[in-house]
Write a protein that binds this ligand. Structure first.
Ligand SMILES: NC(=O)c1ccc[n+]([C@@H]2O[C@H](COP(=O)([O-])OP(=O)(O)OC[C@H]3O[C@@H](n4cnc5c(N)ncnc54)[C@H](OP(=O)(O)O)[C@@H]3O)[C@@H](O)[C@H]2O)c1
Length: 274
């Protein structure tokens, strides 16, 4: 496994995400993910499958220290009464004493990001997580979070795929030593069917899905891959045995378009331009 480093934290460069999967689907696919070599798993309170993921990982027999587990606090738990209590519930469901990375899932519009960061720091100080980060923050919010936090904000988990230009966020991430973690790397299933990415993949003897994930990690981002289909798991893991050329990288980045963003829920998402 390849690792990326931010402020001393090491994150496996490729993670397995379990969004839009039931407990039962998670428990079916995780053995294939472990077999393929995945050790980084990404869930969230709102996915409703922390318990299934916890059971599947326990059943795999993996040692806790071999795993890198991320969960995300849902916005309804952004209160003094609920934030840390909800993290305890997540730990119970996952069956672990701590996660490796705890994220604030969305900035929302009712609780200042500085307050979200204070709770994340409290969770880390209490030993509930090794590292903290944020998700779906815009650049202004990421700067504010970094300024407000005692512990490093090691990542901003954002939508990242060839159809969306995230170069401004990437520049800020580089400037601040924050890793970008990319979600929707398959653009919700479009990347595996993209003709240009397919042509590039054919030149390397790989699939378009592998090229999409490789494009993410080769620009220094952590890539999340999700599939509920066990036969696809090994395909999505095997992205470290080839290198895209500079031209390949540029051609794929050139697919970005103004309407490329897929995820922007009202009331949760920030002004992406800020
Ligand atoms: N922080 C956030 O707000 C946020 C938001 C969204 C997602 N995430 C995280 O990011 C992870 C990845 O995002 P995602 O799963 O939602 O979207 P995604 O990676 O863009 O796309 C997943 C889709 O691609 C298909 N797929 C996967 N591998 C494939 C392959 N080799 N060939 C063809 N199709 C393939 C999957 O279908 P099958 O399952 O049928 O294979 C699924 O429909 C999530 O699981 C979650 O952990 C975070």
């Amino acid at each position: 496994m390849h690792y990326l480093t931010a402020h001393g934290a090491q994150i496996p460069a490729l993670g397995f995400g379990v969004f839009r999967m039931t407990d039962a689907q998670v428990e079916t696919v995780i053995p294939a993910a472990m077999e393929a070599g995945f050790r980084h798993f990404d869930t969230a309170q709102i996915y409703g499958n922390e318990a299934g993921l916890g059971r599947a990982l326990a059943a795999s027999g993996a040692k806790r220290e071999e795993l890198f587990l991320t969960t995300k606090v849902w916005v309804e738990n952004y209160s003094d009464a609920r934030f840390l209590a909800s993290v305890d519930e997540s730990l119970d469901k996952l069956g672990v004493a701590h996660v490796d990375l705890l994220l604030a899932h969305w900035p929302g519009n009712s609780v200042p990001v500085e307050q979200q960061v204070e709770w994340l720091n409290a969770a880390q100080a209490a030993g509930k997580t090794r590292h903290i980060g944020v998700s779906n923050y815009n650049r202004t919010q990421l700067r504010a979070a970094i300024a407000a936090s005692q512990a490093p904000i090691i990542t901003n988990q954002i939508e990242l795929h060839p159809y969306l230009d995230q170069s401004a966020m990437a520049a800020l991430a580089q400037e601040t030593g924050t890793l970008l973690t990319g979600y929707f790397g398959m653009a919700d299933g479009a990347v595996p069917q993209d003709p240009l990415i397919g042509q590039i993949a054919a030149r390397h003897g790989k699939t378009a899905a592998q090229v999409g994930l490789r494009w993410l990690v080769q620009q220094g981002a952590v890539a999340l891959s999700k599939t509920a289909k066990p036969p696809r798991v090994a395909e999505n893991f095997n992205i470290f045995d080839f290198t895209l050329t500079k031209t390949d990288m540029a051609e794929i980045s050139g697919l970005a378009r103004a309407d490329g963003r897929l995820v922007s829920p009202e009331g949760l998402a920030p002004d992406w331009a800020a």
